[in-house]
Design a protein around this ligand. Structure first.
Ligand code: RB5
Length: 140
């Protein structure tokens, strides 16, 4: 799968870890930055990653900021994007199974690298269940 990834300065260390996880899983990565620790505005990266997913250039995306909140708010403003902030495993699984989330948001100041790795593995490996869940998605 081709995965778009982006972060702000709060998420850069975790982004590098997530890139390693995705690479180990055999995915191709389109890294939209940031790539340094100076202060960046997270909506910029939310927009570039969301656009790649919306236009079908990447099959899904991962966005990381300090809490994951700003990234998820910004990404969900873009039509066609279903961004899910998941800082624990159950939400990661359900956001794919029930909500067909196409972007995973993580809070680098909320969770550690071990949990983030498991969340990414779970999210990437869980399929949408369809059926009644598709009907509900079609309502928004
Ligand atoms: C940056 O300091 C911080 O506000 C940002 O990473 C994020 O947590 C916003 O939601």
């Amino acid at each position: 799968m081709k995965v778009a990834i982006g972060c702000d300065h709060g998420g850069i260390d975790l982004k590098n870890i997530v890139v390693g996880v995705l690479t180990d899983l055999g995915h191709e990565i389109d890294d939209q930055g940031c790539n340094s620790v100076e202060s960046f505005d997270y909506p910029e990266f939310a927009k570039s990653v969301s656009t790649l997913v919306k236009e079908g250039k990447c099959q899904c995306g991962i966005l990381i900021c300090g809490t994951g909140i700003g990234m998820s708010m910004a990404a969900n403003r873009i039509p066609g994007i279903r961004a899910a902030l998941c800082n624990e495993m159950f939400s990661a699984k359900m956001s794919r199974e029930h909500n067909n989330a196409n972007i995973l948001c993580l809070g680098a100041r909320v969770i550690g690298p071990g949990l983030a790795t498991e969340i990414v593995r779970t999210w990437m490996g869980t399929d949408f269940a369809g059926g009644r869940h598709q009907r509900r998605i079609d309502m928004f």
